[in-house]
Design a protein around this ligand. Structure first.
Ligand SMILES: Cc1cc2nc3c(=O)[nH]c(=O)nc-3n(C[C@H](O)[C@H](O)[C@H](O)COP(=O)(O)OP(=O)(O)OC[C@H]3O[C@@H](n4cnc5c(N)ncnc54)[C@H](O)[C@@H]3O)c2cc1C
Length: 473
């Protein structure tokens, strides 16, 4: 039987676990009105800077082309090949920067959006670099009046670094193929990730080939300088933000597992203890990449949202067993060291544009909502809707009820199968009659999230007031 229960200032069972005490509603996190304006501004700036760099790169390619070189045998193919090589390499750098975890970029645009752009751009470097290889081989073959296969043999054996660049291209193609939707869904995440790591090697291998063989660079010190600077900057940014900052945070906060606690069927909370957690710049709704340095788990980092604001010296995440990694989390011994990367994510109390909020969560999607609830200032009028198949699956029911009670909000708990309880616009309008005046936060399985977003839009909530976190990249 479906069960729907509502709590409004009702008595709720006291928290039985004292190690991770409750806090009242926060006094911080003002609404960040104009967030979408900041986003558009940031997106425009990034596009303009990237386009400028693309223009300069194209310019470098064109300066190497003369009437004479075009008229020579194979001249056209060679020129087109050089330009394709330069622009393809440049786009690779842009792709790296998009996922370099630059904090200010992530803070404005959000990691999921940057990853989406990175993915959309993905095919272009491969197409351009593939064209570069083919066109250069044809152009040089025509120039030398020999067959393209013969020319390819010469290029591989006698041109500096071409063999290395060919290996680099093969690695890129491998990463590209692994990222196709059809291939990606068949691969384990870890395999996809490991293949992707090779692209860094590919990019490093290709660099010396460009400087040694590129006609735009040989004998052109300014062009060389420009190229070296943009490569060095990209490498620096990647090293600082993807390696240096996470290492520093890990060493500084020295997190260790203090307790692993069951929260529901297949769901555990991992409570870590560390130093200076008051200095970790994390907001409710954000996530970190977690690496538990235990047995064969140490090499995998997985994203988990904090399920409560830090209570120094403690920090908590809550994990649902879905695959091999998340299943092993329940068995991580107390004392295990933890490496972190982040925090990331823009779905926080700051993203709202007003002081009336609806939080909707299904299943383990409750984790960021629980932390946002705690982070919202006391004056914010909050309605929370929790959705789960059974009562046991309602994670943090008591904690959320206490937080809602403390701020005089309303909590609706919807229990039952998908067929019994459909959170559509009719039900949503009944539960939250003033929905159109609220910011809506939603987190849960993709189908659920999309349905709630669709229903909220139909009930008059504009896209800018809908904030959702996807648990799938
Ligand atoms: C921003 C974000 C926040 C999240 N917060 C939580 C949370 O608070 N609680 C929770 O239980 N789950 C959360 N998840 C989901 C969690 O990261 C995955 O369930 C977990 O990584 C699955 O790993 P696995 O090896 O156990 O399962 P697998 O069977 O290997 O994978 C299950 C699914 O998770 C994806 N996945 C696997 N590894 C990763 C990874 N390292 N990075 C991204 N996706 C991966 C796979 O593509 C697959 O779709 C979050 C995911 C994201 C993207």
């Amino acid at each position: 039987m479906p069960v729907m229960s509502s709590t409004s200032n009702a008595r709720v069972p006291a928290m039985t676990r004292a190690r991770f005490p409750q806090a009242g509603p926060a006094e911080t996190a003002p609404p960040r009105s104009g967030r979408s304006g900041r986003r558009t501004w940031a997106a425009n700036v990034i596009t303009a800077v990237a386009a400028l760099g693309f223009g300069i790169t194209l310019g470098l390619g064109l300066t190497a082309v003369t009437r004479g070189s075009l008229a020579a045998p194979g001249g056209l193919a060679t020129a087109a090949g050089q330009i394709a090589g330069l622009t393809g390499s440049y786009l690779l750098l842009v792709m790296l920067l998009l996922i370099a975890r630059l904090p200010w970029l992530e803070g404005v645009l959000g990691q999921d959006r940057l990853v989406r752009w990175h993915r959309r751009l993905g095919p272009w470097p491969i197409i351009l670099l593939g064209s570069h290889a083919v066109l250069i081989t044809i152009g040089y073959a025509e120039q030398a009046s020999i067959g393209p296969w013969h020319e390819l043999g010469i290029l591989l054996t006698s041109y500096p670094d071409v063999l290395m660049a060919t290996v680099a291209f093969a690695l890129l193609v491998m990463a590209g193929v692994a990222s196709f939707r059809a291939a990606r869904s068949r691969l384990r995440y870890e395999t996809w990730w490991a293949v992707h790591l090779y692209t860094y090697l590919a990019i490093a291998l290709a660099f010396s080939h460009q400087l040694a063989d590129g006609v735009s660079f040989v004998g052109h010190p300014l062009a060389r300088l420009f190229w070296i600077v943009i490569w060095a900057l990209t490498a620096g940014v990647v090293l600082v933000y993807r390696v240096g900052l996470p290492l520093w945070r890990t060493v500084y906060h020295r997190l260790r597992v203090a307790e692993v606690r069951e929260e529901g069927p297949g769901v555990v909370s991992v409570i870590c203890a560390g130093r200076h957690l008051e200095r970790l710049p994390v907001a409710g709704g954000q996530f970190l990449q977690w690496r538990f340095l235990h047995n064969d788990l140490w090499w995998q980092a997985h994203p988990y949202s904090i399920s409560a604001l830090p209570r120094p010296p403690f920090l908590r995440v809550t994990v649902k067993a879905l695959g091999d990694f998340s299943e092993s989390v329940a068995n991580i011994p107390v004392g295990t060291r933890v490496a972190i990367e982040g925090p990331y994510g823009v779905v926080t109390a700051h993203s709202r544009s007003g002081d009336k909020v609806l939080l909707v969560a299904a299943g383990v999607g409750v984790t960021p909502m629980r932390a946002i609830l705690e982070d919202l200032p006391a004056a914010v009028d909050v309605v929370v809707v929790l959705r789960a198949p059974t009562r046991e699956d309602v994670i943090f029911h008591h904690e959320i009820a206490r937080l809602v009670q403390a701020r005089g909000g309303r909590l609706h708990v919807l229990v039952g199968s998908r067929h019994q309880v459909r959170l559509d616009s009719r039900l949503l309008a009944k539960l939250v009659p003033d929905l159109g005046t609220r910011d809506v936060y939603v987190c849960g399985p993709e189908g659920f999230t999309n349905r709630v977003i669709g229903a909220a839009k139909r009930l008059g909530v504009s896209s800018e007031r809908i904030h959702s976190e996807s648990f799938a990249f």
